[in-house]
Design a protein around this ligand. Structure first.
Ligand code: CA
Ligand code: CA
Ligand code: CA
Ligand code: CA
Length: 379
């Protein structure tokens, strides 16, 4: 009887597998496969939220120090010229979307400002990729989020008046601490993905609005062609801190010195980098890059401190925003063309390009990252 039972179970199992396979083949014509990690051992990808209305034109992503997730909606003005873009709070556990601001024209990137935030008031900056004329207002916004029990309740916005006119702002960095010749804690960097031919500036802005253009600075060698994402970091101490921009029209990531001098970082052609959009430093010491390519051709690339580019994930529909959860290092990715947010949960040990790097940044780096974030939460 025991033998017969096993044989029967095997048959049932086989029939179920065949049915699942047939059902899967049938569905593959209509249901997209969704994004996948190039190396499945690195972790898992799960869906956080998908909402054609609430996540319309979802672009930038950012966390606050409490681990709350925020996103920007890069929506165009309505036919009457009224701005409709804005900021949403995304409950990362339930996927529930709460609209906090809905009158910023083409809100693009959002960054938490740990320097001026308090326990009850979170301060953020938001860029507007407005397509109007260069202006000293309504291009960069300061947003204040009120909390109740560490959860966002409501938000207000105010335009930062800059001393130079800016247009089509996209990339955004807020310095978490003093950074030598780059500036002081709380200073802001933005870049213009502007329609003004050959005048795509990267600007340094103080909290008071004093604006200095790093690029172009009178030397055409410093000109950029459509800089989009911006990140500031040091690959977990492997390099000196520097500013990095995704130069989308030239399919490359560039390093920008405090003087505005530009150098190409690594060799993007090895993996055929195309239309890089956002750049974000991960807790594992890599610089992550989203590729703004539709029809499931968008990839997430990551770059090691030595400049090596590798394909981290594939199958995205215009991936844009990237943000790492300060609580556990999970990576969140927005898909603008699918109004979707995905989460990558990393396996416990984060593989690194070399054994030395695994010890230096994979484990110790993660602990250091968590300690730094804990300090932020307490301050
Ligand atoms: Ca944009
Ligand atoms: Ca963008
Ligand atoms: Ca853009
Ligand atoms: Ca883009």
């Amino acid at each position: 009887m025991f033998q017969l039972d096993i044989v029967l179970r095997r048959h049932v199992f086989l029939v179920r597998m065949i049915l699942l396979l047939v059902a899967g083949l049938g569905r593959s014509q209509t249901v997209s496969a969704g994004p996948v990690l190039t190396n499945p051992a690195l972790g898992t990808i799960t869906l956080v939220a998908k909402d054609a209305s609430a996540l319309d034109e979802i672009d930038g992503l950012a966390f606050d120090a409490y681990g709350n997730l925020f996103g920007t909606l890069e929506i165009d003005k309505d036919s009457g010229g009224n701005p409709r873009g804005g900021i949403v709070y995304v409950d990362k556990l339930t996927g529930t979307i709460t609209n906090l601001i809905s009158d910023i024209d083409r809100a693009d990137q959002i960054a938490f400002d740990p320097v001026s935030s308090t326990a009850t008031l979170g301060r953020f900056y938001v860029t507007s990729e407005s397509r109007g004329l260069a202006s000293t207002s309504d291009r960069l916004f300061r947003v204040e989020v009120s909390y109740n029990a560490k959860l966002p309740q409501s938000a207000t916005k105010a335009s930062v008046t800059t001393t130079a006119g800016l247009l089509g702002l996209e990339g955004l960095v807020v310095l978490e601490q003093d950074a030598g010749d780059y500036g002081s804690a709380g200073d802001i960097f933005v870049c213009e993905d502007s329609p003004r031919a050959a005048v795509h500036a990267i600007a340094h802005i103080t909290p008071a609005g004093v604006t200095t253009l790093l690029t172009p600075n009178g030397n055409s060698a410093f000109n950029l062609n459509r800089p989009e994402g911006l990140a500031f970091g040091d690959f977990h101490g492997a390099l000196t801190e520097a500013l990095y921009a995704a130069e989308t029209s030239r399919d490359r990531i560039v390093r920008i010195d405090p003087t505005g001098a530009i150098s190409i970082f690594g060799t993007p052609t090895v993996i055929g980098l195309e239309s890089p959009d956002n750049v974000e430093f991960g807790p594992d010491g890599f610089l992550y890059v989203s590729e703004d390519r539709g029809s499931q051709r968008g990839r997430i690339i990551r770059i090691a401190a030595d400049g090596t580019h590798s394909v981290f994930a594939t199958g995205f529909n215009s991936p844009q925003g990237l943000a790492f959860d300060p609580k556990n290092g999970d990576l969140y990715i927005s898909e603008r063309s699918s109004e979707t947010i995905w989460r990558v949960s990393f396996a416990t040990s984060v593989p690194e390009p070399s054994a030395f790097a695994l010890f230096g940044t994979g484990v110790i780096g993660l602990i250091g990252y968590c300690i730094r974030r804990q300090k932020l939460l307490r301050s």
